[in-house]
Design a protein around this ligand. Structure first.
Ligand code: HEC
Length: 157
């Protein structure tokens, strides 16, 4: 089964979980280590770099009042862009990570819809700030390491 199907099925039940985890991680000054194989880590990091590119394009389009450009850039980070992953990787990703990732992808899709339907630049900018907060929350909470051990351990790094 692919990650996309799993995250859609589980999102309703875990939607609040990442908030609690993020809170704990910030208080202790540590992040939760997710251990995956080198291929999975490389794929996830490549997806991350694509998100940064998309956010840059989105802001540039927004500054030029280019609604179609905003919609295109937001859609590029929508649910359909999620890395397709194997059962093995899904077992290693904490539920909070999956829920937060899905929530971010859905926000980008909503932003793409809003831009296409004439949302104001102010509103789109506020939504962008809110979505970036999810990038920050996840980065504060998790880190990826290559290895064979179980994920979910906490690290002091
Ligand atoms: C569901 C969790 C999650 C979300 C949401 C998320 N990231 Fe990440 N991102 C990570 C993790 C985990 C890493 C690896 C951090 C580490 O191991 O120290 C990472 C790494 C990155 C990197 C470094 C890539 C590299 O090659 O080293 C960039 C850039 C990045 N993220 C951008 C973004 C942007 C921009 C967003 C939001 C639009 C975002 N991420 C949302 C989890 C997330």
């Amino acid at each position: 089964m692919k990650l996309r199907a799993v995250v859609l099925a589980s999102s309703i039940f875990v939607s609040g979980a990442w908030l609690a985890e993020a809170d704990i991680a910030m208080k202790s000054g540590s992040r939760i280590v997710i251990t995956v194989n080198a291929h999975a880590r490389a794929e996830l990091l490549a997806e991350m770099r694509a998100h940064l590119v998309n956010v840059q394009k989105l802001l540039e389009a927004l500054s030029q009042n280019d609604a179609q450009g905003v919609a295109r850039a937001a859609r590029a980070s929508g649910v359909a862009s999620a890395t397709e992953t194997t059962d093995e990787l899904i077992r290693r990703l904490p539920q909070g990570f999956i829920a937060l990732g899905l929530s971010m992808h859905q926000d980008f899709d909503r932003m793409a819809d809003g831009a296409a339907q004439g949302d104001s630049a102010d509103r789109l900018l506020a939504t962008t700030a809110a979505v970036l907060q999810k990038c920050v929350a996840c980065h504060t909470t998790y880190q990826l390491r290559v290895g064979q051990t179980d994920s979910g351990r906490r690290s002091e790094h």
